[in-house]
Design a protein around this ligand. Structure first.
Ligand SMILES: NC(=O)c1ccc[n+]([C@@H]2O[C@H](COP(=O)([O-])OP(=O)(O)OC[C@H]3O[C@@H](n4cnc5c(N)ncnc54)[C@H](O)[C@@H]3O)[C@@H](O)[C@H]2O)c1
Length: 458
């Protein structure tokens, strides 16, 4: 349900909506006055495609598999006709799921581009360090691209992808899925409609949640900034993008503090061991126990490539805890990603934004406060309260979504439409705007490392 539906009198009567001091017709009139549409994803340029867009999936891991599922749900719009992944379990599983011929299954991205072009586009969902290689090759071969964020680990590679996409006239979408969540789409439209006047400042917090932090940025593939990308890109490039998108102004200056304070060797408790399975004396009381997270609570299991037969899961998970990084002590890793950081931004029109990324919280879901000259908004990704100063009226918007805020498949839909119609204007998350927010994130990282205030030159 979208904000515009909530402001209709019928919907306002629904019991789960908390409404305070609000004249029922007031919001509807406001919506009408600003010409807002009922459907958040409505785009008059979307149309039925003559044939499905054919794509090759490069990297059939967690993200790639999710994007590819769009084809299963929407066979008239997208078809996966090729796949590359060195992990044979994932390669075979994807080939079976999408009925991909053996000739179009590859063990690495390089092999895809040794063949003549055999699809319309490529989805690149490989690890962070393997984005620019396949992306540049795909553009060279004339494919359009959907590229996972971060675009690349260095500013130079980001700019190289942007200029090659321009040269070749190809479409490159970047997976800033937050732009496609109902929550941020509502905020964007409310701001654009000037319902809170001019945006004066923004406070935005990304609560990673302590288990998610330990899983991805202490034990997982993103734990080290040198083998992945600095966390401000790996995790918070979404936030840089969304703040820039909401403020809708070029960035001027940026400043960042942050460090790795807790997940360090000196904080390892007495009696702890290299692995949680090695008879650690504090395992039963440690909130980061791998045995508790993966084995007993069965969380975040996609990294173990579990068999369909659930009776084999115990054995497979235990083996994973004894042999992979996911069973190692969080205090004894080769991690260097900050577990907390704060970024201050100033935009060219004087608007300011304060961003904070926090590991040590019990909850997920971005927290946003937007302060406008005529009203303000406080939100947590599942709900927000909007107050207009002139009338004192407030309204709470409310929507439960998946853990990614419901943005993944709407993003794929826009990209498929853009590729199918060969019209990049259909895409919100283009390479041009994404490079800008990445440049902002690179500047923030320079500021953190060099203790400087950085002017951002896009
Ligand atoms: N948009 C988002 O919100 C979001 C969320 C999480 C991760 N990501 C990004 O998505 C990307 C993928 O993350 P993931 O969680 O799916 O990781 P993953 O490890 O589950 O998947 C990556 C896949 O790439 C494969 N791969 C490795 N080398 C390859 C090669 N040479 N050729 C082809 N495939 C190769 C791996 O075997 C693996 O299956 C990363 O860049 C990550 O930062 C984005």
């Amino acid at each position: 349900m979208v904000f515009r539906q909530l402001i209709s009198p019928e919907t306002l009567l629904e019991p789960f909506i908390l409404l305070k001091n609000t004249a029922l017709n007031g919001w509807k009139q406001v919506a009408r006055k600003f010409g807002l549409h009922e459907d958040l994803y409505y785009n008059p340029l979307h149309k039925k495609l003559d044939r499905p867009v054919e794509v090759i999936l490069v990297g059939a891991g967690h993200r790639g598999t999710n994007y590819a599922e769009y084809a299963i749900k929407n066979p008239g719009e997208m078809k996966v006709t090729g796949v590359a992944d060195p992990n044979s379990y994932r390669l075979q599983k994807t080939a079976r799921r999408h009925k991909i011929s053996a000739a179009n299954c590859f063990t690495t991205w390089e092999d895809v581009f040794k063949k003549e072009k055999f699809a319309d586009a490529v989805i690149i969902a490989t690890p962070d360090q393997l984005h620019s290689g396949p992306c540049l090759q795909a553009l060279e071969r004339g494919y359009d691209v959907l590229l996972e964020k971060p675009i690349a680990p260095t500013e130079e590679e980001c700019r190289a992808i942007l200029s090659r996409a321009k040269e070749k006239g190809r479409i490159v979408g970047v997976c800033h899925v937050l732009r496609y969540t109902p929550y941020f789409r509502e905020l964007k439209q409310i701001i654009a409609a000037k319902m809170i006047g001019d945006v004066i400042s923004v406070q935005h917090m990304e609560p990673i949640e302590y288990i998610h932090m330990s899983h991805s940025y202490v034990r997982g593939n993103w734990r080290n900034s040198k083998t992945a990308t600095p966390i401000i890109l790996a995790k918070s490039s979404h936030d840089a993008d969304i703040i820039r998108w909401l403020v809708n102004e070029p960035i001027d200056m940026v400043h960042c503090f942050g460090n790795l304070k807790w997940f360090r060797k000196e904080n390892a408790p007495e009696g702890s061991t290299e692995r949680c399975t090695d008879g650690c004396a504090v395992e039963s009381t440690c909130p980061y126990s791998a045995l508790q997270i993966y084995y007993r609570d069965r969380q975040r299991l996609h990294v173990f490539d579990l068999p369909d037969d659930k009776s084999k899961w115990d054995k497979t998970i235990l083996k994973g805890l004894k042999t992979t990084n996911y069973g190692r002590c969080v205090y004894r890793m080769d991690n260097d990603q900050p577990d907390h950081l704060i970024v201050n931004m100033q935009f060219k029109n004087g608007t300011t934004a304060a961003f904070s990324m926090e590991a040590f919280v019990s909850y997920e879901g971005r927290r946003t406060r937007i302060m406008g000259s005529m009203g303000d908004i406080q939100g947590d990704m599942e709900s927000f309260i909007l107050t207009q100063f002139r009338t004192g009226k407030t309204l709470t918007w409310n929507l439960k979504t998946d853990s990614h805020g419901g943005g993944d498949h709407p993003l794929v839909k826009d990209w498929v439409q853009a590729v199918g119609q060969q019209n990049p204007a259909l895409l919100s998350s283009t390479i041009d705007v994404s490079v800008e927010s990445h440049v902002m994130a690179f500047a923030a990282e320079r500021s953190r490392l060099n203790k400087t205030i950085e002017t951002v030159v896009v």
